[in-house]
Design a protein around this ligand. Structure first.
Ligand code: SAM
Length: 658
C-alpha cells in the first residue's frame, strides 16, 4: 500500500478529504500550513495526529479536521475579510489567511495572543492581525466581515457578531444550551435584519468566555480540554461484552446469523489464539443449533482433507501426504485447531455419515500435494489415465515443490505450455465425471478439486511473479469458486462457515485493497453472490503476542504486538475499555455513520514486522462496509504450535501427528 506520503499530505487525504471535505482550496491550505510550527516543542511530533492538542494556558488547538470543516462551511473566497474568535495558537488563523484576503483574530489570553502573533509573523503571514480582547463583542472597527469563525463554544450566537456580518456573510460557530455538547452551526445573513441558521454536526469545544458568551463561573465546571470525538464512548454504548471463551453462551451472541447461508469469520493475524478459539466457539454454535454442515478454511484442499477425514471418521488414505508440516506450520498445526477438530470428531461420532459436518480447504498453495492426490486417485480408478496425467504433471516438476522461488521460469514458453497441460488433466478428469463418480462421488469430488487447484495454481504463480493485483485476485477467485462448488456438491440447503484472514473475508471494496490496488476478495465475491444471506465478521486486537515469522520460510517467533495506532479502528475499541466484545455493524445510526470515516486497520499475516508496522501492516478501511460485525479482544496471545518433529502420516497419530 502506498504510505510514503509525507504526514501532512496523509493527514489531508485521510482525515480531511477522507471525511468528506472536498473544497480544493481548503485542502490546499491545510496542506500548506505547518501545524507543528504552532505547537509547544514537546508536542510537535503529534502535529498530524487526528486529534486536538493541548497548547499554552490550558487551551487547545482544534483537531485538523475541525479546522478544515469550519473553513469549508464558511465558504471563504479569495477577496474575503474574515474574523476569527479564539486565536489560540494561531494555527487556524494561518489556514484562514491562505483562503482570505484579510484575517482579524481575537484571543482573550494575552500570552496566547502574543505567541500567535509572533509565530504568524515569523512564518511570513502578513495579512493577519491579532489582538487581545473579548471576541464575543467582535471587532467593530473592522466590520462588516464576509465570514466569522468562532473556535470556542457559546450558549448562543452573540448579537454583536450577528451584527458584524455583511449581508450574505457566513458565521460558523459551536453553539449549545448546555456546556457538555454543542452543534456546529452556520448562520448566514440574508438581509439587513434576517439570518438563516443551519446545523452542521455535533462537536465539543472549549467555552467561549465573555460578555456575550459563558461567564467564567459557568465555564469552570466544564472540562478545560475538549474530549476527543467521543467515538470510543459510542463504541462502548453499542458493543456487547462477550463472556469467557469457554462459556457456552459465547456462541449465543452470534445466533442472529444462524439463518444465513454462509458466515465468514476473519482474523487479524494468522497466529492469535483468541481468534481461533472464538471462531471455534461460534462455529460450534452454528453447527449444533443452526444446521451448518461444513467449515471451509484458508488452507489448501489436500491439507484440509486430512483433517476432514479425521473429523468425519473416514479411513486414512495411504499415500496421500498430510501437508500441515509446510511453512507456516503454526497456521493449522496448533493446539486450538486440534481442539476444534477433536470436538468436531466427537460431535460427528453419533451422526449418520451424511449428516456429519465436514472440514475443507479453499486455498491454492500446494500444487505438489494436489498432484499426488490426483495421481493416487487415477492410479486406483483408471491407471491408463494416470499414466497420461503423470506425464503432463511432470511438466511442473522443476517448480512444484517450491513455486514461490522459481523466478524467471514462469516467463518461459515452456511454463505456458505447462499451464495448458494442467487444464487438460482437469478436463480429462471432468470428462469422465459420470464414469468415475459412479464408484464414489466423494472421492471423485476430492480428486477433481485437486486437479482444479493445480490448474489455478499454475496461473497463480505466474501472476505472482509479476506481482500485480491479478495474483491476489486469482487466489481469492479460486477460493470463491471452491466455496461455490462446495455448496453445489452438498445440496441447495447446505450452510457453511468460512475461516480466513480479515483481508480475505472483509469486503475489499471498503478497503485500500479494492479502492487503491484494484484487488477483490472472497468477502466481496460472497457478498455479491449471497447478499443478505452472508455475514462477514471481522476480528481485531490492541496488543499482546502473536506467532509469526520475520521472513517467508523463517522460523516461528512469539512476537509482541505493538499497541494499536491512535488513528486506527482498533484504538477506538481499545479506548472504549471493554476487554472482549462484539459490535454489530449492520444497525443504522450515529455510531455506524461515525465509523464510516476511513481509519487504519492492522493486518498481520504469517510475517510480522513491528519495526515497519505502518507501512507493512496498516491499510485504510471503512469498517461498517468491510464487515457486518467486529469481534474485539483487547489483549491477545500467540497460538501454541504442535511439535513438527513427529511424523504426520503415522497411523493412529493422524491428522496432526500427535
Ligand atoms: N483557533 C485556535 C488554534 O488554531 O489554535 C484554537 C482555539 S481554542 C479551541 C479556543 C480559543 O478561544 C482558546 O484559546 C480560548 O482562550 C479562546 N477564547 C475563549 N473565549 C474567548 C473570547 N471571548 N474571546 C477571545 N478568545 C476566546
Amino acid at each position: 500500500m502506498a504510505l510514503s506520503l509525507d504526514p501532512r499530505r496523509r493527514m489531508v487525504r485521510r482525515q480531511i478529504a477522507g471525511r468528506g471535505v472536498g473544497d480544493l482550496r481548503v485542502l490546499a491550505a491545510m496542506e500548506k500550513v505547518p501545524r507543528e510550527a504552532f505547537l509547544p516543542d514537546a508536542l510537535r511530533e503529534f502535529a498530524y495526529e487526528d486529534t486536538p492538542l493541548p497548547i499554552e494556558e490550558g487551551q487547545t488547538m482544534s483537531q485538523p479536521y475541525i479546522v478544515a470543516r469550519m473553513a469549508d462551511a464558511a465558504h471563504i473566497g479569495p477577496g474575503d475579510k474574515v474574523l476569527e474568535i479564539g486565536a489560540g495558537s494561531g494555527y487556524a488563523a494561518a489556514v484562514l489567511s491562505e483562503l482570505a484576503e484579510r484575517v482579524f483574530t481575537i484571543e482573550r489570553h494575552p500570552a496566547l495572543a502574543d505567541l500567535a502573533r509572533a509565530r504568524l509573523e515569523q512564518l511570513g503571514y502578513r495579512n493577519v492581525d491579532v489582538r487581545t480582547g473579548d471576541g464575543t463583542l467582535g471587532w467593530p472597527e473592522q466590520a462588516p466581515f464576509d465570514a466569522i469563525i468562532a473556535t470556542a463554544g457559546g450558549p448562543r450566537v452573540p448579537d454583536s457578531l450577528r451584527g458584524q456580518l455583511s449581508v450574505g456573510g457566513r458565521l460558523v460557530m459551536p453553539v449549545g444550551p448546555t456546556r457538555s455538547a454543542q452543534m456546529l452551526i452556520r448562520l448566514t445573513r440574508t438581509g439587513p435584519e434576517t439570518w438563516h441558521q443551519e446545523g452542521i454536526e455535533d462537536v465539543r469545544f472549549v467555552p467561549l468566555i465573555g460578555e456575550e458568551g459563558w461567564t467564567e463561573d459557568e465555564a469552570r465546571d466544564r472540562p478545560a480540554r475538549p474530549t476527543p470525538l467521543g467515538l470510543p464512548q459510542l463504541v462502548r454504548a453499542g458493543e456487547q461484552a462477550l463472556p469467557d471463551l469457554g462459556d457456552p453462551e459465547f456462541g449465543g451472541l452470534f445466533d442472529r446469523y444462524g439463518d444465513r447461508k454462509v458466515v465468514l469469520l476473519g482474523e487479524a493475524s494468522h497466529g492469535t489464539s483468541e481468534f481461533y478459539r472464538a471462531r471455534a466457539a461460534i462455529t460450534r454454535r452454528l453447527i449444533e443449533r443452526h444446521g451448518f454442515s461444513f467449515v471451509a478454511v484458508e488452507a489448501d484442499w489436500p491439507e484440509a482433507a486430512g483433517i476432514d477425514r479425521y473429523v468425519r471418521h473416514l479411513p486414512t488414505r495411504s499415500g496421500t501426504p498430510i501437508a500441515l508440516h509446510r511453512f507456516p506450520t503454526w497456521l493449522w498445526r496448533n493446539t486450538d485447531v486440534a481442539a476444534f477438530a477433536d470436538w468436531l470428531r466427537r460431535h460427528n461420532a453419533t451422526l449418520p455419515a451424511e449428516r456429519r459436518a465436514a472440514f475443507f480447504g479453499l486455498d491454492i498453495y500446494s500444487p505438489s500435494d494436489s498432484i499426488a492426490a490426483v495421481l493416487a486417485y487415477l492410479d486406483k480408478v483408471d491407471p491408463a489415465a494416470a499414466k497420461v496425467a503423470r506425464e503432463r504433471y511432470g511438466c511442473l516438476t522443476p517448480w512444484q515443490h517450491d513455486p514461490t522461488v522459481y523466478g524467471r521460469a514462469v516467463l518461459s514458453e515452456r511454463y505456458r505450455e505447462c499451464e495448458a497441460e494442467m487444464v487438460a488433466n482437469l478436463q480429462d478428469l471432468l470428462g469422465k465425471r459420470l464414469q468415475y463418480a459412479a464408484r464414489d462421488g466423494e472421492q471423485f469430488f476430492d480428486a477433481a478439486q485437486n486437479a482444479r487447484l493445480v490448474a489455478s495454481a499454475a496461473r497463480y504463480y505466474r501472476a505472482l511473479y509479476y506481482g500485480n493485483a491479478e495474483s491476489w485476485n486469482l487466489r481469492d477467485r479460486h477460493m470463491f469458486d471452491t466455496l461455490t462448488r462446495l455448496f453445489e456438491h452438498r445440496g441447495s440447503a447446505a450452510k457453511g462457515v468460512v475461516w480466513a484472514h480479515n483481508s480475505h473475508i472483509g469486503d475489499a471494496r471498503f478497503t485500500d485493497m479494492g479502492r487503491v490496488r484494484g484487488e477483490l476478495n472472497l468477502g466481496e465475491l460472497v457478498r455479491r453472490r449471497f447478499a443478505d444471506d452472508a455475514a462477514l465478521i471481522g476480528f481485531g486486537t490492541h496488543s499482546g503476542t502473536v506467532a509469526a515469522a520475520s521472513d517467508w520460510d523463517g522460523p516461528m517467533e512469539v512476537k509482541e504486538v505493538r499497541p494499536s495506532r491512535v488513528d486506527s479502528v482498533e484504538r477506538q475499541f481499545h479506548d472504549a475499555g471493554v476487554p472482549q466484545a462484539v459490535l454489530y455493524l449492520d444497525t443504522p445510526g450515529e455510531l455506524r455513520r461515525r465509523l464510516r470515516a476511513p481509519r487504519l486497520e492492522r493486518f498481520i499475516g504469517v510475517i510480522y514486522r513491528p519495526e515497519s508496522e505502518l507501512q507493512s501492516h496498516y491499510a485504510e478501511v471503512e469498517l461498517p462496509g468491510q464487515f457486518d460485525a467486529f469481534v474485539w479482544f483487547d489483549r491477545t496471545t500467540a497460538v501454541t504450535p504442535l511439535p513438527t518433529s513427529q511424523r504426520t502420516d503415522a497411523p493412529g497419530t493422524w491428522p496432526f501427528g500427535l
